[in-house]
Write a protein that binds this ligand. Structure first.
Ligand code: PAF
Length: 276
C-alpha cells in the first residue's frame, strides 16, 4: 500500500492505471469505513482512500480542532484489507490558496443537517469535487449513514456532469443497532448505553409509516417526544421522500426517515429507508 501526501505524487502513481475507485474519508476509520473499501475494491483496478479533515465543512463552534487524527492506525487498518493507495494531503496541499471558488448545493443545503449546520454541505461538495479532480476516479463510494450528504453528492455529479459513478453503501451498525460513527467515541458509558434508542425510534416511525397513514407530523412529534423523555435534544425526526429530501406527497413511495439528536454533547445522526 502506498501512502501519498501530494497531488503530484498521486498523479504519478495513477498514470497508466486504467481506473480507480475512490473512498473519501476524514480518517479515524472504523468498521463502517472499512466496508466502504470492501465495496470499492472489486470495482476497479486500484482503490484509493483519502484521509483529510476538511475545515470547510465544520462550523466555527464545531469539533474541527478535536476531531481525532489517527493516520498511522488508519493506514494499518487499510493495509490489512488490501487498500492500494492512501491519499493524505495536508491543508496546504488541499487548499494552497483561500478557497474562494465553492460549490453551493442550493436548496438542499438549507434543510435538515444544512439548517442545523449552515455551510456544511457547501464545504462537503467543494472538497469532494476537488478530491475528484485530484484522484479522477471512475467510481466513488459513500455511506448511507450520511444520507443527505449522499443526495447532495449524487445531485452534484448529475448536474455538473462529472464522469464518476456514485455507489452508496448500507450503514454498518453495532450489535445493539447504533450506527457506527467516529463521533460515537465522544459518548460516555451511560450515553453509549442509551444511544441505540435513536435507531429504535426511527424503526417505530418506519413501522407507523408502513401502516399507510399520512399523519407524518403526528408520528414525527411523538418520536421527538420519546427522545426528549429519555434526555435527548432532537433537532429533527422526519419522514421525507428520498429523491430530494422534501416532505412527501401522498403518492410518494420511496421514503426515508431521518433523525438527528444530541445526547449530552455528542450529536447522533441516523436514517432508515422505507418502501411503501
Ligand atoms: O463523510 C465524510 O467523511 C466527509 O464528509 C467527506 C465525504 C470525506 C468529505 O470531507
Amino acid at each position: 500500500m502506498e501512502l501519498i501526501h501530494t497531488v503530484a505524487e498521486l498523479r504519478k502513481y495513477l498514470r497508466g492505471v486504467p481506473n480507480n475507485v475512490f473512498v473519501p474519508t476524514m480518517g479515524n476509520l472504523h468498521e463502517g469505513h472499512l466496508r466502504l473499501v470492501d465495496e470499492a475494491r472489486p470495482r476497479g483496478a486500484v482503490t484509493v482512500v483519502s484521509i483529510f479533515v476538511n475545515r470547510l465543512q465544520f462550523g466555527p463552534h464545531e469539533d474541527f480542532d478535536r476531531y481525532p487524527r489517527t493516520l498511522m492506525d488508519d493506514c494499518a487498518k487499510l493495509e490489512s484489507i488490501d487498500c492500494d493507495v492512501v491519499f493524505a494531503p495536508d491543508e496546504k496541499e488541499l487548499y494552497p490558496q483561500p478557497q474562494t471558488y465553492t460549490v453551493h448545493p442550493s436548496g438542499i443545503e438549507n434543510i435538515l443537517e444544512g439548517a442545523v449546520r449552515p455551510g456544511h454541505f457547501r464545504g462537503v461538495a467543494t472538497v469532494v469535487l476537488k478530491l475528484f479532480n485530484m484522484v479522477q476516479p471512475h467510481a466513488a463510494v459513500f455511506g448511507k449513514k450520511d444520507y443527505q450528504q449522499c443526495r447532495v453528492l449524487e445531485t452534484m455529479v448529475q448536474q455538473l456532469a462529472l464522469p464518476v459513478e456514485i455507489i452508496l453503501a448500507d450503514t454498518v451498525r453495532a450489535a445493539d443497532g447504533l450506527a457506527l460513527s467516529s463521533r460515537n467515541q465522544y459518548l460516555s458509558p451511560a450515553e453509549r448505553a442509551e444511544a441505540p434508542r435513536l435507531y429504535k425510534v426511527l424503526q417505530e416511525v418506519r413501522d407507523a409509516v408502513r401502516t399507510g397513514t399520512h399523519a407524518y407530523p403526528i408520528i414525527e412529534a411523538e418520536a421527538m417526544t420519546e427522545l426528549e423523555r429519555h434526555g435527548w435534544r432532537p433537532d429533527y425526526v422526519t419522514v421525507r421522500r428520498r429523491s430530494d429530501l422534501m416532505p412527501p406527497h401522498d403518492n410518494d413511495r420511496d421514503l426515508v426517515v431521518l433523525g438527528a439528536a444530541k445526547l449530552g454533547t455528542p450529536r447522533l445522526l441516523d436514517n432508515l429507508e422505507v418502501q411503501l
